[in-house]
Design a protein around this ligand. Structure first.
Ligand code: MRU
Length: 386
């Protein structure tokens, strides 16, 4: 069954679906410059760690493709060194769009390494640009395949755990946080991919997902994806996770990740930590599903992960739904943004992510397989999977 899409490309044109307007309006926006990609990521028109990495890589590739076709050639194609300076500038700029998801940095570092290698190999500027275009497209294309791999690994592992407890016949209720499906990746998804895989193989009873306020990635995006895929599902407010665990047979919690340290501490959408604490209390397996590129070996533990804080206003309004309050001559609708707090609050705490310590995580699933902690240990050793 086809899922939704975050990025579409054809004949060198890149378009993203404006996620600020989903699910009520599906509007595709063309991204033709690095500045537009930066703005789209920063303003959350596109979000989700793998999707923003794919957009960055594709935009660099498309910028270079256009340069190669331009007549006259732009000055930066004069020599390998002018090209290197130009591309490095763009890579560092796009890297500043959002700080927590390491996938963006991993994608730009990968392009930077190709650039370095091709310059060292003595290639001319045009050949180096070709190498970068190939790599940029590959970063996007490889995402869907690895998402399917990790989803299968995670689902099979989970079913084995339940079979070991003598529950091989039962279908699973799985809760998730935020949005980790097709809209957050180049396709299929990570934690939502695992849920989709269970559904496709007839082993899912029901998916549960938190609203994930204040941006409502759950109630807007995960809701829309699950509806599109016809997956039985139930939404809950972020404050209802404890109640859900007390009253429903939840078999597992599966979440995505924006950055995983080498010990396994995991930054993900704010609210993930709350769910992990409650899952531990209720002895519910808590699984992180993410590509290997989300593991940051340079960081030992979660206290060093840079956590993005979003503007205060974003936590004071309800937005994202598009009401046809007015339709102008061009047929454009206005977005309704409703203030829910008194104006001018004294203080607003609005981190976009929190860190779940490895101690609370049962397994980390990547395209390479399932990592668990050694008996008696409270952290993972992820050095071998990266
Ligand atoms: O702020 P967002 O919407 O970009 O946050 C997204 C998440 O936290 C996801 O869980 C994470 O990026 C993994 S997406 C496969």
């Amino acid at each position: 069954m086809p899922g939704l899409t975050s990025i579409r490309t054809s004949e060198g044109k890149i378009e993203i679906v404006n996620q600020l307007l989903l699910p009520h309006t599906t509007e595709f926006i063309e991204i033709s410059t690095i500045e537009q990609a930066h703005d789209a990521i920063k303003s959350m028109k596109i979000r989700g760690a793998p999707a923003i990495a794919s957009l960055a890589a594709l935009t660099i590739a498309s910028h270079l493709s256009r340069a190669l076709q331009a007549d006259p050639s732009p000055d930066f194609l004069t020599s390998p060194l002018t090209l290197q300076e130009h591309v490095e500038g763009h890579l560092s700029y796009i890297n500043t769009a959002r700080p927590t998801a390491v996938n963006l940095g991993a994608a730009t570092r990968r392009l930077s390494n190709i650039l370095e290698q091709s310059v060292r190999a003595g290639k001319d500027a045009r050949a180096i640009a070709e190498d970068l275009i190939r790599e940029g497209k590959e970063i996007d294309e490889e995402d869907v395949g690895r998402n399917k791999q990790m989803s299968r690994h995670g689902a099979e592992w989970l079913l084995e755990q339940w079979a070991a407890k003598g529950l091989s016949g039962s279908n699973l209720n799985v809760m998730t946080v935020c949005n980790t499906g097709s809209l957050a990746t180049s396709g299929y998804g990570t934690a939502l991919g695992l849920i989709t895989h269970l559904h496709e193989t007839g082993r899912l009873q029901r998916a549960f997902y938190t609203q994930s306020t204040p941006y409502h990635q759950g109630s807007r995006l995960t809701a829309f994806e699950l509806q599109t895929l016809n997956i039985p599902s139930t939404m809950l407010c972020d404050s209802m996770v404890g109640s859900l665990f007390q009253s429903h047979g939840i078999h597992a919690v599966a979440v995505g990740a924006d950055r995983i340290t080498r010990d396994g501490d995991t930054a993900n959408k704010v609210g993930t930590y709350n769910a992990a604490v409650l899952a531990a209390r209720h002895k519910i397996p808590f699984i992180v599903v993410a590509p290997v590129s989300t593991v940051d070996l340079d960081i030992a533990d979660g206290s060093s992960i840079p956590i993005e804080h979003r503007p205060a206003l974003e936590a004071c309004v309800v937005r994202g739904a598009l009401y046809p309050v007015r339709t102008d001559a061009e047929g454009l609708k206005e977005q309704a943004t409703v203030m829910i707090t008194p104006e001018g609050l004294d203080g607003v705490y609005n981190p976009s992510f929190d860190v779940t310590p490895a101690e609370l995580i049962t397994a980390i699933v990547t395209e390479k397989g399932v990592a668990v902690k050694r008996d008696g240990e409270s952290t993972f050793d992820l050095t071998s999977i990266v």
